[in-house]
Design a binder for this molecule. Structure first.
Ligand SMILES: C[S@@+](CC[C@H](N)C(=O)[O-])C[C@H]1O[C@@H](n2cnc3c(N)ncnc32)[C@H](O)[C@@H]1O
Length: 303
């Protein structure tokens, strides 16, 4: 399905989101924080539009996707960009070493992956301790005033417009809408991130929550436990000659400082709606409400 829509994929997104997809990409790039010399995994990269935004800041980007059609289109478009490498990869079984990326991101792809929690676990595995993951995904507008018209647009308008641009795309975009409706809301996805072992998980709503940006960090190595010898030392002290030892609290009563491990998945369980893309991956792209406004609104987290 992705192979079929790949040639006009970005055009369809621009039309359906009335340009909001560009603003969402800017926010996503900012959340990833690409810098020269960083190695960043852009998962489900499609034609590489999101990868190019990261590479524009000097980062080396591995654009990974399992659709040969998307990869071929991406290689063609970004042939002269030495910072982007297109790699065929399944998000649930990545062909990369542990701790081999400074950051990982996935834009409008996680919902399409057959096992999104496996993809999160893989992202955590390949990102170095201290590195971040950023997920841009369609989500649930918290306000009912937005949810109603948005649902109407997704069910009735979006597949028709997409079909007018590219006939094959109509079915893909119908799937898109269904997958968005079934996708977990912001809190549930944040719970999945915590379950996968990310810490400092937070999210931010964009365009009234039509899209949400989630982020989490791979915990840094747990600090080494204090050396037991250090804890015993005071006990070895000889009591001062004048005072009876009994008057002093025995040093042994002191608790050795427990090795404090990084707080990881204190995960609230997600109030799991079912994940969307149970089996067949299909198109994403951008839905759109009326282009409400270019303004992004913050809620529920720092980013
Ligand atoms: C809607 S596109 C997103 C493309 C791009 N990230 C963007 O922002 O425009 C979703 C992509 O997810 C890819 N995809 C779906 N399941 C995947 C999987 N298990 N592994 C790798 N890529 C996958 C599809 O091939 C498709 O290119």
């Amino acid at each position: 399905m992705f192979d079929e829509v790949s040639p006009r994929y970005d055009l369809i997104n621009d039309v359906l989101t009335v340009g909001n997809d560009r603003l969402w990409r800017i926010a996503t790039t900012k959340a990833v924080g690409p810098r020269k010399g960083m190695r960043i995994l852009d998962l489900a990269a499609g034609t590489g539009t999101s990868s190019a935004a990261l590479a524009a800041h000097g980062a080396n980007v591995v654009a990974a996707d399992f659709s040969e059609g998307m990869l071929a289109e991406g290689r063609k478009r970004h042939a002269d960009n030495a910072l982007i490498e297109f790699v065929h990869a399944d998000a649930t079984a990545l062909p990369f070493e542990d701790n081999s990326f400074d950051a990982a991101t996935i834009s409008y792809g996680l919902r399409n992956v057959s096992d999104p929690r496996a993809a999160l676990a893989e992202m955590r595995r390949v990102v170095k301790p201290g590195g971040r993951v950023v997920i841009a995904e369609f989500s649930t507008p918290p306000s009912a005033v937005i949810r109603g018209p948005y649902a109407f647009y997704g069910r009735h308008v979006l597949p028709r417009i997409a079909g007018a641009i590219n006939r094959e795309a109509a079915a893909a975009y119908q799937y898109l809408n269904e997958s968005i409706e079934e996708w977990p809301d912001q809190e549930a996805l944040a719970g999945w991130l915590r379950e996968a072992g990310f810490e400092r998980v937070a999210y931010r709503n964009l365009t009234f929550g039509i899209v949400a940006l989630h982020r989490g960090f791979v915990p840094r190595e747990a600090p080494a436990a204090p050396k037991p010898a250090a804890a015993k030392k005071p006990a070895a002290k000889k009591p001062a000659a004048k005072k009876p030892a009994a008057a002093k609290k025995p040093a042994a009563a002191k608790k050795p400082a427990a090795a404090s491990t990084a707080k990881q998945s204190e995960a609230k369980k997600p109030a799991a709606k079912k994940p969307a893309a149970k089996t067949s991956p299909a198109a994403k792209s951008a839905p759109a409400t009326k282009p409400t406004s270019a303004k992004t609104e913050a809620s529920g987290g720092e980013q």
